[in-house]
Ligand binder design. Sequence first.
Ligand code: NAD
Length: 331
Amino acid sequence: MKILVTGGCGFIGTNFILYILKKYKDYKIINLDKLTYAGNPENLKAIENDPRYKFIKGDICDKELVNKLMQEVDAVIHFAAESHVDRSILNADEFIKTNVLGTKVLLDAALNNNKKRFHHISTDEVYGSIKEGKFRETTPYNPKSPYAASKAEADQLVKSYYKTYGLPITISNCSNNYGPYQFPEKLIPLFVTNLIEGKKLPIYGQGTNVRDWIHVDDHNEAVDLIFHKGKIGETYCIGGNCELKNLEITKLILEEFNLEEDQIEFVKDRKGHDFRYAIDFTKINKELGWSPKHNFEEGLKTTIQWYKENEEWWKPLKSKVIPNITRKQNG
Ligand code: NAD
């Protein structure tokens, strides 16, 4: 099996490539990544000489390149995206280009090269915000941020290529990931690295917004299962069974550093801030036997430890964090 992974130098893609090459000794991966501010080729330095791995610096919007790479592979797993909600609120141009047009370029290339197997990585944010109950695969889309809208549009395009052309697709919509290699603009790595640097923790509003958290390895295990055993044309919701208020997470992080709540700084709320996300993952559990394995408090501890031990990884990235819009509290 030879897989084209897009966005493999980002947070989830990096962890996915490491996971797949460790698990499947005969698989090969081509990683196509544009290396935006969020992409870091250093993440995969350990495997750069592995003959099963090839890195191509390039844009998923580049039709010629994507078409050429598609001829070399059996399947696509599509992670590449602009992923930070706050940046999308400032300017959505790149979100539409990469998340919508880039996905279309990949779909066309997969279609025109013998209908390659296509797995699309998406987010629970396409469903909007929910006060009670949980999102499931049948929940109507109701995106609130330009990021979520661009992912929703991409999902619909992917579905349309199945319905119109019979392209063998699957989609997964996952909740908030945490773990190593996450860019330090997102809530957990931002707060952890801020504390290491002796800085305050800026929380939107009163910190009452609720997110469902999943360890990135649990997400990737689910993607692996869907890719190999999922039903073609179907969507699967993936969740961590771990709903927490942003303030609760912050307190857990502070506890790990033996610091008090006076490190918290409440700041003006994000525009259109979704109140709560919650995922019902019954479908993937029943059909594929998947459920998340990581306990959040344990996973948080090891993640904090990783950031403590890898300052040389995140320190240079912090200069790329946009001040005052530095939290990704909804995704
Ligand atoms: P990330 O921002 O860390 O990484 C994105 C990667 O895509 C980077 O390496 C970047 O260089 C690359 N990229 C961006 N534009 C590109 C382009 N035009 N061509 C090629 N490469 C490009 O993102 P992430 O957190 O790893 O998220 C990966 C995927 O998972 C995204 O599709 C995101 O929507 C989805 N997702 C993320 C979460 C989360 O909590 N992080 C949750 C659910 C779903």
